[in-house]
Design a protein around this ligand. Structure first.
Ligand code: UDP
Length: 244
């Protein structure tokens, strides 16, 4: 996309990336649990320059009623980017990309949420991307897990998410926007660390079988870093000084 410096060095001779990080270093991550008083649960995440707010509602009645399931609860996810979240104004109407990401995040959360405990109801997850800088689906998924936990929804585990990728022929953790556009592969991963289960894995790009394995391992290690920050966000709200 426009404005990228064609002479930018993605990885220098010392193994330092275009934003000053090492290959296995994630961007700065900050998660805050709670914050929205009208939601049952909420979370705010800053993941590098990504800024995302998530509100969770439910379990609550399903309208229209025929959408409900008598055997289990249902999860509904809406991922939405604000028009001002990217350099070039985004049309506020849902794009194909937003519909796809909503579906991907819903399917990544479903194995974690004990929906069977709430038949006939829905849990709604609203994701608002305030600022985007590559990797919003992973940041949104991580924040959504914290918001669900904040809402008191029973879960088997939280889903932590982080991407790995291939940049300048090297497998790196947490691909940023520049690397996504100029790099060779981007692999967003969602992972339940306690259960050791992957719930999201996409791949944009081409990798050899060895690179693929390494990418999964690097991504999973990144998810474990995110997981610790998710747990700390909940601890800060419920046991620490961040209660609101
Ligand atoms: N992006 C943009 N305009 C759009 C959609 C995306 O500028 O309409 C940027 C945004 O910074 C986003 C990045 O492109 O984070 C990469 O988008 P992708 O579809 O790969 O999803 P993401 O990496 O955010 O999960």
């Amino acid at each position: 996309m426009g404005g990228r410096d064609a002479t930018m060095v993605l990885l220098d001779e010392n193994g330092i990336r275009c934003d000053g990080r090492k290959v296995d270093e994630p961007r700065r991550i900050m998660i805050k649990a709670g914050g929205l008083k009208n939601a049952d649960g909420s979370a705010y995440i800053e993941f590098g320059d990504n800024k995302i707010l998530v509100g969770v509602f439910g379990p609550r009645d399903v309208h229209p009623k025929h959408m409900s399931n008598t055997d289990t609860g249902i999860l509904r996810v809406r991922y939405h980017m604000e028009p001002f979240s990217v350099g070039e104004r985004k049309n506020p109407a849902p794009s194909r990309r937003e519909i796809e990401i909503s579906k991907v995040i819903k399917e990544a959360l479903e194995p974690a949420v004990m929906l069977e405990k709430f038949p006939r109801t829905a849990v709604d997850v609203f994701i608002e991307v305030l600022q985007a800088d590559g990797g919003t689906r992973c940041a949104a998924l991580s924040a959504a897990s914290v918001a669900l936990a904040d809402a008191g929804i029973p879960m088997r585990d939280m889903v932590a998410a982080c991407a790995a990728g291939k940049v300048a022929d090297t497998i790196v953790l947490d691909v940023n926007n520049e690397e996504d556009q100029a790099g060779q592969a981007d692999m967003p991963i969602g992972y339940m660390p306690s259960l050791e289960k992957i719930t999201l894995l996409q791949l944009d790009g081409v990798l050899t079988p060895e690179e693929y394995k390494k990418c999964v391992q690097v991504g999973v290690d990144g998810c474990k870093i995110v997981y610790d920050i998710q747990k700390k966000a909940l601890q800060d709200k419920y046991f620490g000084n961040g209660a609101d």
